[in-house]
Design a protein around this ligand. Structure first.
Ligand code: KIV
Length: 263
């Protein structure tokens, strides 16, 4: 299988063809996900919580993301891998370049960074140095101590407008994909329509171009799953069918529905 490109994802958006992505942290699951048809995987810093048992993503290091990226790449040689840049690993554009190099050399096709317009110089510098960048707006878990918890973002006009401005500024700086986490569906729809690049939602309703789920949420492993999660394993009965069901429901706009969304 040939790896999917950012251009192909851009064409999906133009064709209004929705796509499903998922987090992966090891080679066995990455292989299984790829075999069921997942073409884009995120080595998320959520591994701090799902794999390491930490209470936030903050303790995760660049070396750990690089290690898991290598594992995922071995299991799924042909998928498009987005690797999360951990907390403080992109505090300056120069740090971002040095740390992104480690993740790209570990097998990533793109890096993901959390935050708004303050990251424009970083995005520009990474893109100029051939590192594609995925943004992450809305609930940005690395900012949990500033946000005061894992809460829905952009509920009022001021914060919603700021998020829209940030998204546009980052796209203009060179960002090529955007993850929108835990925002009202109407705001996610607005951002998705406004931007040329594909928007991937999680807890952002079903108007975004793609969806992402933490694999533990999709397989019913998370003890207290978030509102937007769906246990596809419970319905499908085995992991292979669960992942295929997830893909089918995203492509058919069945998942997420209103019960998984915020307004
Ligand atoms: O780290 C992660 O898994 C993420 C997803 C929640 C999008 O950033």
């Amino acid at each position: 299988m040939k790896s999917i490109s950012l251009a192909a994802l851009g064409q999906f958006k133009k064709d209004k063809r929705k796509f499903a992505t998922i987090t992966a942290y090891d080679s066995s699951f990455a292989q299984l996900f790829a075999e069921q048809g997942i073409q884009v995987m995120l080595v998320g810093d959520s591994l701090g919580m799902t794999i390491q048992g930490e209470s936030s993503t903050l303790p995760v290091t660049v070396e750990q993301i690089a290690y898991h990226t290598r594992c995922v790449r071995k299991g799924a040689p042909d998928v498009f891998i987005i690797a999360d840049m951990p907390f403080m690993s992109y505090a300056t554009p120069e740090q971002a370049c040095a740390n992104a190099a480690i993740l790209m050399q570990a097998g990533a096709n793109m890096v993901k960074i959390e935050g708004g317009s303050w990251l424009c110089d970083t995005v520009k510098m990474l893109c100029e140095r051939s590192v594609p960048v995925c943004g992450h707006l809305g609930l940005t878990p690395q900012a949990v101590n500033v946000l005061g918890g894992y809460k829905v973002q952009g509920r009022d006009e001021v914060t919603a407008n700021q998020l829209i401005k940030d998204a546009i500024a980052l796209e203009n700086a060179g960002m090529q994909l955007l993850v929108l986490e835990c925002v009202p569906s109407s705001l996610a729809n607005h951002v998705t329509e406004e931007l040329l690049l594909p928007v991937i939602g999680i807890g952002a309703g079903n108007g975004t171009d793609g969806q992402i789920l933490v694999m533990h949420d999709a397989l019913g492993i998370t003890a207290r799953p978030p509102k937007f999660a769906k246990n596809f394993l419970a319905q499908a009965g085995n992991i292979h069918d669960a992942i295929r069901l997830y893909i089918q429901e995203v492509e058919a706009s069945i998942y997420p529905n209103e019960t998984h969304s915020f307004e």
